[in-house]
Design a binder for this molecule. Sequence first.
Ligand code: GYE
Length: 363
Amino acid sequence: MKKRVKINLSAFLSLALAVMITACGSGQDDHIKTDSAGDSAGSVSGTTVIGFSQLGAESDWRSANSESMRTAFSTDNGYELLFEDGQQKQSKQITAIRSFIQQGVDYIVLAPVTQDGWDSVLQEAQEADIPVIIVDRMVETADEDLFTCWIGSDFYLEGCKACEWLRKYAASQGLSGADLHIVNIQGTIGSSAQIGRTAGLEEYSEKYGWDLREETPGDFTQAKGREVMTQMLVNYNNINVVYCENDNEALGAIEAIEAAGKHPGGDIKNGDILVLSFDGVNETAINYCLEGTIACIVECNPLHGPRVENIIQTLKRGGTPDKLEYVSETLYSSYEAVKDVRIDSRDYPVTLLTQEVIDTRAY
Ligand code: GYE
């Protein structure tokens, strides 16, 4: 990896000092970075400096993801992690990335809140020769070379899994497509998690004649999920499926359903509202799934820390990581009616949720 160093006097002196210390130390030679002001964030002692722009702290998935990153990039593992919380604002994330560039970090890791609008700042990182690894949600760029690689979930596939589960479950109950009156509590609009999961639902609704009544964002939070569902229950009296684009929204939706005197569950013919969700990280949600209150959760794996760390190790060795790396994920349900879902001629087994499964999960 070629690193750009602007030479001025103080930069030169800190560079010379860094070379001396590194030479006496670990013998590694790729940790010296000097920014235009002459300060060096890239360490001189064998530490790799990572600037991580996390998008926020909106959900349990996000907390698990942040923890996974902090653990993987610990001091004990030889890293200095500069962690910036973007508070769900792209502008804050862009500011964080610019500051990482200024500080001359070794690698930038970005978990982007939305897909679009990253080209300029990624260009700046590229000009500074700092590799950018995208994690979790995706970026949509004019040129794929603007980032080194991406690792995360296939959100469209997740959406299709939930819908295929619903299609088979409804059939097992003797219900037709037109019997399903669905509302969607969407995630943060413009995030690839929302785009993919919403696209799956819209395609299935179109294809199977489902009555998709309304789609409204719930921002991936419990409070917004409750608020949105409360209003939807006022607007429509025949809702029998709620598609929640994450577990936190599902928890809010369940509160709203119960407050309206209705019952979340799988007995649609007897008035239940069937709850579908994504993630499988929140403990309450997974227990709801065990007891059938949430009918099906499509897993979304948050443990990306070690995966990103692997990528960085590959880059440090001069290797080329895969441009796009999808993690594999399951579906959870305690309803035995659907054993697997088939999408694009591939079968995905449904994990029958038991206490033992919960106890042996990694999160
Ligand atoms: O599903 C949701 C979170 O981007 C996969 O973001 C992530 C999503 C996750 O807020 O809970």
